[in-house]
Design a protein around this ligand. Structure first.
Ligand code: MF3
Ligand code: CO
Ligand code: CO
Length: 257
């Protein structure tokens, strides 16, 4: 098990790429409207990352993934593949997950968008999953354990009667897109790895309205859906552990943090 601790110079680079990833989400927001296809959202993000940011969309060709972002609509939990045939309609909820690679380092972040008018129960799922991420971020500092992080997410999600997806998790990130450690979104206080300054990882809780059980598409090998086809929501940030807390490397302008 190798955890790559980052130097101050490494974190300077991760701050730059983290900001780029956040800016992609800020840029795409106004485009997420009824009638647009997820394939079009992918093209807009791809062209922005490549042409404007002079960076690389890390998902493209990653383990054979065919597109530049993940777009996960309604009962799709994660790793949805953008497609020209998938047209967004009013009432949909969508996670857009962006990973940018620049100067040797990755920044990975995702957020939920509401398409047109969305039902209150769906908004509540979205809000609770974001609160789970924020509550986890609030405890990240040297001495906190990975179990502490999983625990606060699980507690808050389950207290609202949602379930937490277990098959997919946050991850160390840096020169490598997915590196150690695995950051589970459930767990017990005091258990697991103890954080130290210089660690960089993502937290990316997925909450389901119904059962936590997942299904991986046999057709495309990527799309993960809820087994019961009820809604799922996810938010993700890339963080660096500092001497006295953490820095959210993918913070957007609309976030206090
Ligand atoms: N961005 C996803 C994550 O949060 C990973 C996507 S991998 C892909 O870790 F190949 F599906 F793009
Ligand atoms: Co990630
Ligand atoms: Co991601």
């Amino acid at each position: 098990m190798t955890i790559h601790l980052k130097s101050a110079a490494d974190i300077d680079k991760m701050r730059v790429v983290g900001r780029l990833a956040a800016e992609v989400l800020e840029m795409i927001g106004p485009h997420v409207q009824p009638g647009i296809s997820t394939g079009e959202l992918d093209r807009i993000c791809h062209d922005y990352i490549v042409n404007t940011q002079k960076a690389i969309p890390a998902p493209l060709n990653y383990n054979g993934f065919p597109k530049s972002i993940c777009t996960s609509v309604n009962h799709v939990i994660c790793h949805g593949i953008p497609s020209d045939g998938k047209i967004l309609k009013s009432g949909d909820i969508i996670n857009v997950d962006v990973t940018v690679l620049k100067d040797g380092f990755h920044g990975d972040t995702s957020k939920m968008f509401c398409v047109g008018e969305v039902a209150d129960h769906a908004k509540r799922l979205i809000r609770t999953s974001q609160e789970c991420l924020y509550k986890a971020i609030a405890i990240v500092k040297p001495g906190t354990t990975l179990g502490d992080i999983g625990h606060v997410i699980q507690q808050h999600g389950e207290a609202q009667n949602y379930s937490i997806v277990r098959e997919y998790c946050g991850h160390g990130i840096g020169r490598i897109f997915h590196e150690e450690p695995q950051v589970l979104h459930y767990g017990q206080p005091g258990m697991g790895l103890r954080l130290v300054a210089g660690m960089t990882f993502t937290i990316e809780p997925m909450l389901n309205a119904g059962s936590r059980l997942t299904k991986l598409s046999k057709k495309d090998g990527w799309t993960v859906t809820t087994k019961d086809h009820r809604l799922s929501a996810q938010w993700e940030h890339t963080l660096a552990v500092t001497e006295d807390g953490c820095e959210v490397l993918t913070k957007r302008s609309d976030e206090a943090l």
